[in-house]
Write a protein that binds this ligand. Structure first.
Ligand SMILES: [Fe+2]
Ligand SMILES: [Fe+2]
Length: 316
């Protein structure tokens, strides 16, 4: 892992280099031709590979990350790794120690979601560490920040926005308007080369609606939160990569990460029970995109599922 500087808006992941200059709103024209699909072509021109890892769940999820991420980074020439860490500490929330472990294991930055404040200790790093985000549309005055700009080793600037949905979830500020305001403020070309969104939400409809709203205005939208990967990864009409949910990095022999034995009484008798994380073998689940840093467009998107639990998929 390279040294991280934290100056101004942009978190530098390596040497400082100047990005390109082009139009300030929306994705540019696609100038690099058809999508490429071979691992060897990943670093040609200004194309970048970004990996989004779904909700890392407890110790099994952290183990799967450590086991598979180095190989994935090398195999696919990954330039930048985002991981959702809201379940990383025993299945609910995240602590500073766990965040540091994940950031030391090859993850470049962490997004979170509705469980972000479960362990209050996380507040101690949320203000100062720009490599961990909480959802942007939390109310004004909430500690931490909802977006960051990160510079890769090649000098590309990647903006990451963390949003949370409102359907079947807590009432929050509008994620659509929060995204609109941020995109007005942090512009393609001028401020970032790619814009990537983690939409942490329950309802597939809300995630698809956000995808429709932001198509052509961000590089990719990755859904998180449900802990179940969807098979609808695609590049939308205006050049935005999208998947409703990238799934959980955790143990699938479970009920969304918790042991079935600890969860079932809640369903069968409505009696309160203490949920315990399932401790079996875990998978790494996420999605890869290849994007053109000159236009901001997504060229290809593919799911990534490695390990035992679900059918594996690594056709990127
Ligand atoms: Fe969540
Ligand atoms: Fe989660």
């Amino acid at each position: 892992m390279q040294a991280i500087g934290q100056t101004g808006l942009c978190v530098t992941l390596s040497k400082n280099q100047t990005g390109p200059s082009y139009g300030e709103s929306g994705l540019g024209n696609q100038t690099t031709g058809a999508a490429t699909t071979g691992a060897n072509s990943a670093r040609q021109g200004r194309s970048l590979v970004v990996l989004m890892i779904g909700d890392i769940f407890g110790k099994p999820g952290r183990r799967a990350l450590a086991r598979y991420l180095p190989e994935v980074r090398a195999t696919y020439g990954v330039d930048f790794v985002i991981a959702n860490g809201e379940n990383a500490a025993a299945g609910v929330g995240i602590t500073p120690e766990v965040a540091r472990d994940l950031l030391g294991a090859g993850v470049d930055m962490l997004t979170t979601g509705n469980h972000v404040w479960r362990h209050k200790e996380i507040l101690s790093i949320m203000e100062d560490n720009r490599r961990i985000l909480r959802p942007l549309n939390f109310p004004p005055g909430t500690p931490g920040r909802g977006y960051g700009v990160y510079q890769t080793a090649s000098g590309a600037r990647i903006g990451v926005m963390n949003l949370q949905g409102r359907v079947f979830m807590e009432a929050l500020d509008c994620p659509f308007r929060a995204a609109d305001q941020l995109l007005d403020q942090v512009r393609f070309g001028r401020d970032v080369d790619l814009w990537v969104v983690d939409m942490h939400a329950e309802a597939s409809s809300e995630k698809m609606a956000l995808a429709s709203h932001l198509d052509g205005r961000v590089t990719a939208i990755f859904g998180t939160h449900t802990h179940v990967p969807t098979a609808d990864h695609r590049v939308l009409r205006q050049g935005t990569g999208f998947i409703t949910d990238v799934g959980m990095t955790g143990c699938y022999d479970s009920v969304i990460g918790m042991s079935a034995v600890s969860v079932m009484p809640r369903f069968l008798t409505k009696m309160p029970t203490r949920f315990e994380p399932a401790m079996g073998e875990a998978m790494l689940c996420g999605a890869l995109i290849r994007a053109d840093a000159t236009t901001g467009r997504c060229l290809a998107i593919a799911p990534l599922r490695l390990g035992n639990g679900l059918a594996e998929s690594h056709s990127f």
